[in-house]
Ligand binder design. Structure first.
Ligand SMILES: *Cc1c(COP(=O)(O)O)cnc(C)c1O
Length: 448
């Protein structure tokens, strides 16, 4: 029903009973903006519309404007560390520690003993040194920031030796050497793409250098005629010339992946044992914590790093520090595989995954359980996979089905293989399982 032979004024609409709950929910100003946009649209189209309809359209706009863009999703892809899906989901204990610090004041930079200004850097340092045995530690915003800071603090305008095979791009067009160059360090490439020898280091060290850098290959693997000296041999050659070695470990495994049927991913502890002087890794890859860049190593070098002006620009926030500390505590108490989701997923027995997939099949009365592979992802263990059990659904239009999965209130990310939509129970978090099954039931009914 059209209320009047002309478009209503905003004031007229604001008088309506119907807009009062919208004013309450979205606020007066946003409501006025939405009403204006709807009325203006009608004016341009030279159309009349009932007040009810105008308000309804304004409500839709308000919902659209106030919907968050960053929301939880269900990862049924089987890729444990999916950079596009936010990498590591946090442990309950980690979230609890972050929540506690978030909703209260805290002693971020306050020395409670002396009642004076304290140091932010102290919070994660204690647990990092205790856990790894390193002399000193420092946390920054992410691992790219860690690499930038270490090079800026230790090698600005000086030569840094790095293997040609380690000049990698880690996704999203992001290249590690580009970050390194921003530090002001002069990168000296040594070796060839596939082969690097100890004498490459020895030759390059004839000339003065500030640092030898070893970077994890991250997301690719060189197979065939390839060779690289061991980290301890590289350290011996560099140390003979009093040059420190910096290892960008990328993922930062603190546990041995080989214990779970994967290839061996170099661990933080091994790198220190090999004699590396400074090393850095991400907080949200295999460590399984919040986004962070963790730097550990010799105190004299860490002191320089902490004092560099960039350290202030790259500093972590209180939530990050609380989260990193809580995550590391699970390792310190030997409970990482029980408490940290990434390690729960890696260590989940195949039989248990198979049981879950069979249960899904029974609940849906559809599909087939087939063997497949889960990936670790996050630039660690390229080409490696874990055997898994997948629920495979045969649907008329797999691409369309995938799209409707992504359009749910909690979007569901699956994968397609051989025209079937596949769901890997390994990466579906327990608290999301019921929603996943309900949604699949509804979508399958609609598609039938
Ligand atoms: C992932 C990765 C980085 C970047 O770490 P972020 O925490 O994502 O900044 C740097 N170097 C290597 C080798 C990596 O694998």
């Amino acid at each position: 029903m059209i209320n009047r032979p002309y478009l209503p004024s905003i004031d007229q609409l604001l008088q309506s009973e119907q807009v009062q709950p919208l004013r309450e929910e979205f606020g007066h100003d946003l409501l006025v903006n939405a009403l204006r946009q709807v009325v203006e649209g009608l004016r341009q189209e030279q159309r009349l519309e009932s007040d009810q309809k105008i308000i309804k359209n304004a409500h839709a706009l308000l919902r659209q404007w106030s919907a968050p863009t960053l929301i939880p999703v269900i990862n049924a892809s089987g890729i444990i560390l999916h950079t596009n899906l936010g990498r590591a989901p946090l442990s309950e204990k980690t979230f609890a520690a972050m929540h506690a610090v978030a909703v209260s004041y805290n002693n971020l930079e306050f020395d409670l003993e002396r009642g004076k200004r304290g140091k932010r850097a102290l919070h994660a340092e204690q647990i990092l040194t205790r856990l790894t045995g390193a002399e000193s530690a420092y946390v920054v915003n992410n691992n790219a920031a860690a690499v930038l800071l270490v090079l800026a603090a230790l090698a600005n305008r000086k030569r840094v030796l790095v293997s040609r095979s380690q000049m990698v791009e880690i996704g999203g067009g992001f290249r590690v050497p580009d970050v390194m160059r921003q530090s002001g360090a002069k990168l000296v490439e040594i070796g060839t793409t596939n082969r690097l020898h100890l004498y490459d280091y020895e030759n390059a060290l004839q000339e003065a250098a500030a640092l030898v850098l070893c970077a994890h290959h991250s997301n690719f693997k060189i197979v065939g005629f390839a060779e690289e000296p061991s980290l301890s041999d590289i350290c011996a050659v560099a140390h003979a010339k009093s040059i420190p070695v910096f290892h960008d470990l990328g993922s930062g495994a603190l546990l041995d992946t080989a214990a779970y049927g994967l290839a061996h991913e170099p661990t933080v502890q091994e790198s220190l044992q090999a004699g590396v002087d400074v090393l850095s890794f991400s907080g949200d890859k295999l460590m399984g914590g919040p986004q962070a860049g963790i730097i550990i190593g010799r105190k004299a070098l860490l002191d320089k790093i902490k004092k560099h002006p960039l350290a202030r620009a790259l500093r972590p926030d209180k939530l990050c520090l609380a989260g990193v500390t809580a995550t590391l505590l699970s390792y310190l108490s030997g409970k990482a595989t029980r408490e940290i989701p990434v390690w729960q997923m890696i260590s989940r027995p195949l039989d248990e995954i198979n049981q879950t997939a069979l249960k899904w099949k029974r609940t849906l009365s559809q599909g087939e359980v087939i063997p497949g592979e889960s990936m670790v992802g996050g630039g660690s263990l390229p080409g490696e996979s874990l055997p898994t059990a997948l629920l495979a659904l045969q649907v008329p239009k797999p691409d369309r089905f995938m799209q409707s999965l992504r359009r749910q209130r909690i979007p569901i990310i699956a994968r397609i293989e051989a025209e079937r939509v596949l769901f890997d129970p390994r990466t579906v978090l327990p608290h999301q399982e019921a929603y996943l099954l309900e949604t699949l039931q509804q979508l399958l009914q609609a598609a039938a």
